[in-house]
Design a protein around this ligand. Structure first.
Ligand SMILES: *Cc1c(COP(=O)(O)O)cnc(C)c1O
Length: 362
């Protein structure tokens, strides 16, 4: 990892720490119609479908904005207005997907599971069997609020012949998934691919996109229209985030050089193990048992003994140059430390030293 002295490290689910080479790629201004920018857009789109192993069946539709913009655009585009979607809700991101679908007027059947309760795919199969009008299933791959990694294969089995839309925002590029079985995989530039924030994308089954004309009910959040325009002209419909697209291209170089999805997963997993071990030694407890914990982000319970204040804890770490994240659980006080981004085990060790100091003072 290439890093400037005094740089801040972000142990968060995004924006997250990027490599200096990725940021350097943003130092050139390009016009949206420039040949070199059109080539970068085409290359990034191709590399993303290649990464998912679906270059013959799916196409990559990038969209300006954060990850949620792509989730909404995908739901609008793929779920017809008379369609309905069953959504697994076991945390804040599943809840957000359900809320988006509801807000845009699609019928939603929420499959609610407690944040730390076991997930039984058979419940999904039963729910779908009882309600043949459900056309789609919405799943979050890694529920970033708890850090829980879902067993996507088992859930896809349970979804049967329904079209599945996966929010793989916090896992894509670090955890392999069977994209060919999904109608759409939604992710963003600034999670495990370690690009800059401001760009998201969906890898969509081309045959599903071909049938989606007019579904969106939105001009900007219409993946079908974005796709047709891009196929026709190579250009984005509206001002593209040129610097961010170039940064993602550079970040994909680094991803390939590191060894692809498996290598990235190992780096994150090594960080995550060191983090959990070190935090346990300092008296912290994880929200999830080991078996459900992803290598992406770890949720810790706030200590109950002594007077713990997340605000002061966060500020103390921040003064040492480390940024951690508040919790997002509904029923218990927690905070989160991310293992994704251009950080490795040695950065985790430095963070742990700072946590030990902060724990003395807060
Ligand atoms: C980060 C994330 C998102 C998108 O959040 P934005 O703030 O819009 O980038 C969506 N789903 C999951 C699971 C995430 O981790």
């Amino acid at each position: 990892m290439t890093r400037a002295p005094g740089e801040r490290l972000l142990f968060t689910p995004g924006p997250l720490t990027t490599d200096r080479r990725t940021r350097d790629a943003m130092m050139v201004d390009r016009g949206s119609r420039d040949d070199d920018f059109i080539a970068i857009t085409a290359r990034v789109r191709r590399r993303l479908v290649d990464l998912a192993g679906v270059s013959s069946s799916h196409t990559c539709v990038p969209i300006q904005g954060s990850g949620t913009f792509a989730v909404e655009a995908t739901l609008r585009t793929l779920v017809p207005r008379e369609g309905s979607i069953a959504v697994l809700v076991d945390g804040a991101y599943g809840a957000r997907m359900a809320e988006i679908a509801r807000t845009i007027g699609r019928r939603v059947v929420a499959w609610e599971v407690g944040e730390t309760d076991p997930i039984r795919p058979q419940e999904l199969a039963d729910l779908l069997a009882c309600d043949p009008s459900i056309t789609h299933v919405g799943l979050v791959h890694c529920e970033t609020s708890t850090g829980r990694l879902h067993d996507l294969d088992a859930l896809l089995d349970a979804a049967g012949d329904r079209a599945v839309i996966v929010d793989a925002m916090s896992s894509f590029g670090a955890i392999a998934l069977d994209a060919g079985r999904c109608d759409a995989i939604v992710a963003s530039a600034n999670k495990c691919l370690e690009g800059a924030p401001g760009l998201a994308y969906a890898l969509v089954r081309t045959s599903a996109l071909e049938r989606a004309r007019g579904n969106a009910g939105s001009i900007v959040l219409d993946l079908e229209d974005q796709w047709r325009a891009m196929e026709r002209t190579g250009q984005w419909r509206f001002t593209p985030p040129t610097h961010v697209v170039a940064a993602l291209d550079a970040a994909l170089d680094l991803h390939a050089r590191e060894g692809g999805v498996a290598a990235r997963r190992s780096r994150y997993a090594e960080s995550q193990r060191a983090l959990v071990l070190g935090m346990r030694e300092l008296g912290f407890r994880t929200v999830l048992p080991e078996s459900e914990q992803s290598p992406i982000i770890v949720a810790f319970d706030e200590p109950t003994e002594g007077a713990f204040s997340f605000e002061r804890f966060h500020r103390a770490l921040r003064e040492d140059g480390f940024v951690i994240y508040p919790g997002k659980l509904t029923k218990r006080a927690s905070f989160r430390i991310g293992c994704i981004g251009a950080i490795d085990r040695s950065d985790i060790e430095a963070l742990l030293a700072s946590v030990a100091r902060a724990r003395q003072s807060v």
